[in-house]
Design a binder for this molecule. Structure first.
Ligand code: ATP
Ligand code: MG
Length: 136
């Protein structure tokens, strides 16, 4: 059984931090034995969520936690910020919705890439929790 790397919290303030978070997600998943396709899915999801943090909230954080359990392993990533929040989550999760003239693909695309996706938002706290999982 591969041992997970210790939990890692990355402050998200600049575009460089997006790259750091993306690499860290890839490394954590590789270490637990996730294949390349899974690593890329998680890295892409982390890069979309952290890009949103910079774009809409200015700054935030990204926490990466790997774990083994009885019948498999998982990586959970929590991306949060203290920005203005998302007024209508259903709308924000719809393909093509963007308040910035973007593609509106970040949140719905991320949701499709991972095994678990949970989002909550209010003014002052937006939190997205994602997880990929692998059975042994
Ligand atoms: N952390 C956040 N804080 C506040 N609003 C957010 C946050 N993340 C997303 N949003 C809102 O949800 C909308 C949809 O986000 P999503 O990432 O899907 O698309 P986008 O960022 O507009 O375009 P792109 O396809 O380039 O990511 C955003 O336009 C923005 O209004
Ligand atoms: Mg986006």
């Amino acid at each position: 059984m591969n041992e997970p790397a210790p939990a890692e919290r990355i402050a998200i303030r600049t575009h460089n931090d997006i790259v750091t978070a993306r690499h860290a997600a890839r490394e954590h998943s590789a270490r637990l034995g996730f294949g390349r396709a899974y690593q890329t899915r998680l890295a892409t999801a982390v890069s979309e969520l952290t890009r949103n943090v910079i774009q809409y909230a200015g700054e935030g954080s990204c926490l990466i936690e790997g774990q083994n359990d009885a019948d498999g392993c998982s990586i959970q990533v929590t991306v949060e910020d203290h920005g203005p929040g998302i007024p209508d989550l259903a709308l924000a999760l719809a393909d093509g919705f963007s308040t910035s003239g973007g593609l509106g693909a970040g949140l719905p695309g991320t949701r499709r890439l991972v095994d678990h996706f949970q989002i909550s938002s209010e003014p002052g706290l937006t939190r997205v929790v994602i997880r990929i999982r692998k059975a042994r």
